[in-house]
Structure formats: structure tokens, C-alpha cells
Design a protein around this ligand. Structure first.
Ligand SMILES: *Cc1c(COP(=O)(O)O)cnc(C)c1O
Length: 369
């Protein structure tokens, strides 16, 4: 039996092979007599799970040796506080606002930084574009520059990361890559810290990934909770306190699944990127060519992962969602702040799911004509 296609923005679909393996190992992980949720995080079984997950993620994302991978908790919104607690040095933070998530980051940083400067914003156009980097108003001596590299709600994605040095800033770049991590490569030469909740593209909610350059560790404010001090977390291999063991295990299975993926000559993240480009193009092309549906985002800023779209006749929204559900196309309702629909095409969504969605979009449009 085929499972329905799940277009949720998060928590979101997980590759079926991963769910199968986690189910098969639920009561007895590899002859240990214990399920992963029941193991001590300090036992040799869990340590082996942790070490493999960390190594596989480092390979997948090509994380350089001078970056630490931290498996934390608190989610993306937790990091909106944890990052300034660790990196702001109570100084100035620059934020580039491109949608709801970066706006939230700016607001939270104000609690810890002395000044939060909005270096650029696309608010005037309703968060439908990426502000040209050459026009950003970066502060001299900022502690860091924050941006959200994929805005999950507005469907706006940075196709390339800015080179801050070329823009005259010595500050490290912090990216919130919650909703497109592992969908494309990361240019670590431009990044000081990347964070993301796992529940969009890596695995279960409860695990928060932080990848941070070593020289940025060790500057936490005195008020920073110990469990969120990157120095303590790094020094203890993410086990200063109990890490989200189940989340690390399932994400580790997702990393193994990603490493196995191929697309022509491509493997791993490169294979996923090729698929993600093709999936997004298929859906955007259909939406752009239709009379009923529309996507308001500037073409060069459109997200490959989260594709919001509107029905030009909003009175049909409920019928659209009911019909989608009946065809096994789940969780297409848009975020309440923007309305309409949203299709999230994370790594676990195959092209066949996008084809099924496009077929439904076409049929629904014809039916109503
Ligand atoms: C979902 C999301 C968040 C919030 O994550 P939580 O785990 O709910 O705190 C933050 N940033 C982005 C870009 C997201 O997509």
C-alpha cells in the first residue's frame, strides 16, 4: 500500500525506508536488547550511533574540520536566543529581514545584543524578494550578521550566500537553514554558524543542529544557560546534558539514506539538489502557466523547498484541500499568516509526489472551469 504524499512544512515527511528501519529496530536495536529510546546516552551503543551520525553529517554537508557539529535542543526559535547569548558579546548584531523567521530572529536578538540593526528588509514588497547585497547597511564592528537562508512561510530562498568580506564587513555570517538544510550544498567559506531544527528536512522534532566555526565558541554572555553554552556543549560532545537521543538516531538514519541517494553521476547532497531543482521547477512551471493558481515570489528568490501558492478564487480553498486529501495529498494548507496553500518539497518528497500534485492541480482547475 502506498502512503499518501505529505507536503507538510514541518514536522514533515521522513523517507519511508528510514521509518521502516526505525520501526524494525524499535524494540531491539541491533541485538542490544534495548530500543534506542531506552539506552543510556553514555553507553557504547548510543555513542556509536552518535559518532556515526556526526561523521555522516560532516561528510554529507562537507563540514570543514575547524567547525564543530553540535546536537542540541530548543529548536530554531531557541537558537534565536542561544546564538546572541553565545555570539553577540552584548554588541551590535546585523539582521537581514526576508520574512517571518528572520523577523523573529531580530526581535529575540534585541533581548541580548545592545543594538540590532536591520541591515536590509524586503518588508515593503511583502517578503517576496531578496534584497540586493550591495545595498545592505552593515554595521562597523558587528558581532555577527544574521539571515534566514530559506524563509519557510514566505517561500523565499537565498540562491547564493553573501560574501560579507567583499561587502566590507568582518563579521561572521549566521544562517538559519532550518528548512533547506541538506537540500543543497553549503559554502562554508562564507558562514560562521548555521543552525536548524531537524523537523523540516532531517528527522524528528526535538533535535536542533548547530554547525559553528571553532573561533566563535567560548564567548558566551554570563547569563547564558550552561546547557546552551556552545563551549560546554562542544567540550562534552553534545553530552553536557542528555541530548535528544531518539532525534539523533533517526536523523542519523536519514543521513545514511541521503548518502545512498544517486542521480546520474551525482550522489548525496548533490543528487538531492538535482532532484530538488527538478521538483521545484515542475511545480512552479505548472503554477505559472495556470489561470487559477499563482505564486507571488520574485522568480529569482523562489524557494525550492517551500512553495506557497494562492487560488485566485479563495472561496475554493476548502474544496481544494478536501479534494487533495481525498487523493492522498496531505497538509497543503498555507501558513495562517499568509493564507492560501503551501507545498513543501523536502528531500523525502519524490518526484512522483510532485507529479501527483500537479495532476490534481490540473484536474481541480478543469473541474471548476
Ligand atoms: C520552523 C522554523 C523555525 C522554528 O523552529 P522551531 O523548531 O519551531 O523553534 C525557525 N526558522 C525557520 C527557518 C523555520 O523553518
Amino acid at each position: 500500500m502506498n502512503r499518501p504524499y505529505n507536503f507538510s512544512a514541518g514536522p514533515a515527511a521522513i523517507p519511508e525506508a528510514v521509518l521502516q528501519q526505525a520501526a524494525a529496530e524499535m524494540l531491539d536495536w541491533q541485538g542490544s536488547g534495548m530500543g534506542v529510546m531506552e539506552m543510556s546516552h553514555r553507553g557504547k551503543e548510543f555513542i556509536s550511533i552518535y559518532q556515526r551520525a556526526e561523521a555522516d553529517l560532516r561528510t554529507l554537508l562537507a563540514v570543514p574540520a575547524n567547525f564543530k557539529i553540535l546536537f542540541m535542543q530548543g529548536g530554531g526559535l531557541g537558537e534565536n536566543a542561544v546564538v546572541p547569548l553565545n555570539l553577540s558579546r552584548a554588541g551590535t548584531v546585523d539582521v537581514v529581514v526576508t520574512g517571518s523567521w528572520s523577523q523573529k530572529s531580530a526581535k529575540e536578538a534585541r533581548r541580548y545584543a545592545s543594538t540590532v540593526n536591520i541591515a536590509a528588509s524586503n518588508e515593503a514588497d511583502g517578503h517576496r524578494s531578496i534584497p540586493e547585497a550591495s545595498g545592505w547597511q552593515l554595521s562597523r564592528g558587528a558581532s555577527y550578521v544574521h539571515l534566514c537562508s530559506n524563509e519557510t512561510i514566505h517561500g523565499v530562498e537565498f540562491q547564493t550566500l553573501p560574501d560579507l568580506q567583499a561587502l566590507g564587513s568582518d563579521a561572521p555570517l549566521v544562517i538559519d537553514f532550518s528548512s533547506h538544510v541538506a537540500s543543497r550544498p553549503v559554502d562554508w567559506s562564507k558562514v560562521g554558524l548555521a543552525f536548524g531544527g531537524a523537523q523540516k528536512n532531517l528527522g524528528p522534532a526535538g533535535l536542533t543542529l548547530v554547525v559553528v566555526r571553532e573561533d566563535l565558541i567560548g564567548h558566551a554572555l554570563p547569563i547564558c544557560p550552561s546547557a546552551f553554552d556552545y563551549q560546554l556543549v562542544a567540550d562534552n560532545d553534545s553530552m553536557y546534558n542528555t541530548p535528544p537521543t531518539w532525534g539523533i538516531y533517526v536523523a542519523g538514519l536519514v543521513f545514511q539514506w541521503l548518502l545512498r541517494q544517486t542521480e546520474g553521476d551525482l550522489t548525496g547532497i548533490a543528487a538531492m539538489e538535482a532532484r530538488n531543482i527538478a521538483k521545484a521547477r515542475r511545480l512552479y512551471d505548472f503554477i505559472d502557466g495556470s489561470q487559477l493558481y499563482m505564486n507571488p515570489v520574485a522568480p529569482e528568490a523562489r524557494s525550492r523547498m517551500n512553495i506557497p501558492f494562492l487560488l485566485r478564487d479563495e472561496s475554493r480553498n476548502d474544496a481544494f484541500l478536501a479534494g487533495a486529501k481525498a487523493r492522498g495529498l496531505l497538509q497543503l494548507k498555507g501558513h495562517k499568516s499568509v493564507g492560501g496553500m503551501r507545498a513543501s518539497l523536502y528531500n523525502a518528497m519524490p518526484m512522483a509526489g510532485v507529479e501527483a500534485l500537479v495532476a490534481y492541480l490540473r484536474d481541480f482547475e478543469k473541474e471548476q472551469a
